[in-house]
Write a protein that binds this ligand. Structure first.
Ligand code: UGA
Length: 452
């Protein structure tokens, strides 16, 4: 290790902060993870990751043993320990509004500032409305001991759940902003571990060093662009459906153009998760506050288009089951649905804003008997949507089903065998919300197949 490894804290041990803390310990930094939730801190300290993220538990255990990472609820210990503090707390959507709730940032920064006794760098990583960094600097100036000169920087993250470790250790770019040479040097030191790993693996990691406002905007711009791509392809899916086209072929064909790219063009039940939906709403709301709301009306439509996927999918299930839709939607009473998938995407247990779960609830509201199976998301789904039935195996879910809805492309669902599955159900009808199956293969085994 080089000698220029600053000591780092991560405030907030959710998906973001915890993954960063563990990965930075792996990169050779001395790290401390902080959270106000004592139960969560106890779990991390004893080697348990309280959410599903592939590979992370192993890396946690390894680095607890190395002694490079520890977890605490003691803000004084954090303030004493670290040279650089990363703010990784949540910025959820405000209740009943589209803007972001910054109260967790305010609490973390205020608390930390009060306990500081030397000049440090405080770097925002949470996704925030543009302008937040300057406000955070004001908070620090107000609450830190006088004359300390603690500075605020910003460095957005781009990690995807289920691929989080890879995205932190091997990011496709690093973006940061600072207000001085001193802070810029520290940020360079903080990212040295990532650069050294890249050099060993003969990769390049581009760095964009910029101003605070741009660093804040980069994150929401990226998520808005990704959301737009998905809603775009879902709009094309609607058109393909009425015109008799195949949206999967279409996406493949346009994706070969490198200006377009082939990623994030999978049509389906729409995007969800703890980030994209709330981030586009917050971006649009912030643009409105700053007087350029009109330029972001398209983003509201991206959001609406995404919600319409949900009603559209309910109608598709009704069609498949031969149930007519009235003005209030279809009546699905007596229909037993094997519902495969509850999380917002595969390889996570996260159900935040999950399209699959939202559609399951709509089907239940239409009086269907919805039996849900998910490899990792059952506990979270059950707590959030108790009105649905949950089973612990795929076999129990499909047993005697009138319709199978395969909604989240978990490996276990993508590899389903039409003949074996056909033996277990009552009616061979499948809604492929994942757009993962070959329709001809399923119809050859006597299934009524509906994709997106
Ligand atoms: C997203 C971004 O991809 C990350 O880059 C970003 O750092 C993160 O939000 C964040 O803001 O923290 P994540 O929420 O983990 O990551 O989920 P994604 O993998 O982006 O998937 C989002 C949703 O889009 C899922 O519901 C997924 O099923 C859906 N999706 C994705 C599609 O419907 N079609 C696609 O082609 C791709």
């Amino acid at each position: 290790h080089t000698t220029t490894r600053p000591r780092i804290s991560f405030l907030g041990c959710g998906y973001l902060g915890a993954t960063y803390a563990i990965c930075f310990a792996e990169l050779g930094y001395e790290v401390i993870g902080y959270d106000v939730d004592a139960a969560k801190i106890d779990l991390f300290s004893s080697g348990t990751v309280p959410f599903h993220e592939p590979g992370l538990p192993e890396l946690l255990k390894k680095n607890l043993e190395s002694g490079r990472v520890r977890f605490t609820t003691d803000i004084q210990a954090v303030a004493d320990f670290a040279d650089v503090h990363f703010i990784c707390v949540g910025t959820p959507q405000r209740k009943g509004e589209h803007g972001a709730d910054l109260s967790y940032i305010e609490a973390a920064v205020t608390d930390l500032s009060k306990h500081l006794s030397r000049k440090v760098l405080i770097v925002g990583k949470s996704t925030v409305p543009v302008g937040t960094a300057s406000w955070v600097q004001e908070l620090v100036d107000r609450h830190a001991p006088e004359g300390l000169g603690a500075e605020v920087g910003w460095s957005p993250e781009f990690l995807q759940e289920s691929n989080a470790m890879h995205d932190v250790l091997r990011p496709n770019r690093v973006v940061y902003a600072s207000q001085s040479e001193w802070a810029s040097g520290l940020l360079k030191d903080v990212h040295r571990g990532i650069m050294e790993l890249a050099a060993v693996e003969d990769r390049e990691v581009p760095v964009v060093e910029t101003d605070l406002a741009t660093a804040e905007l980069v994150k929401v711009a990226a998520n808005a662009f990704l959301s737009t791509k998905i809603s775009f392809i879902n709009a094309m899916a609607d058109l393909c459906e009425v015109a008799g086209g195949d949206v999967t072929d279409l996406a493949r064909a346009i994706g070969y153009d490198q200006r377009i790219g082939n990623k994030f063009l999978r049509a389906g039940i729409g995007f969800g998760g703890g980030c994209l939906p709330k981030d586009i709403r917050a971006l649009s709301a912030r643009a409105g506050e700053l007087g350029v709301g009109e330029s972001f009306r398209f983003l509201d439509e991206v959001d609406h288009l995404n919600s319409r996927r949900r009603t559209h999918t309910v109608r598709a299930v009704a069609d498949l089951a031969g149930r007519a839709s009235g003005p209030n939607g279809p009546d699905l009473s007596g229909l037993r649905i094997a519902y495969l998938g509850a999380t917002f995407k595969p390889d996570t247990d996260d159900i935040r804003d999950s399209p699959a779960l939202a559609i399951a609830r709509k089907l239940r509201a239409a009086r269907a008997d919805v039996v849900v199976y998910d490899p990792e998301g059952l506990d979270n789904a059950h707590a959030f949507a108790p009105e649905l039935s949950y089973v612990k195996t795929l076999a129990e879910a499909v047993d005697g089903a009138d319709v199978v809805c395969a909604m989240v492309p978990w490996e276990e669902f993508r590899t389903l065998d039409p003949e074996a599955l056909g033996q277990q159900v009552s009616q061979r009808r499948i809604l492929d919300g994942m757009n993962a199956f070959d329709p001809e293969q399923w119809t050859a085994h006597g299934w009524s197949y509906k994709g997106i």
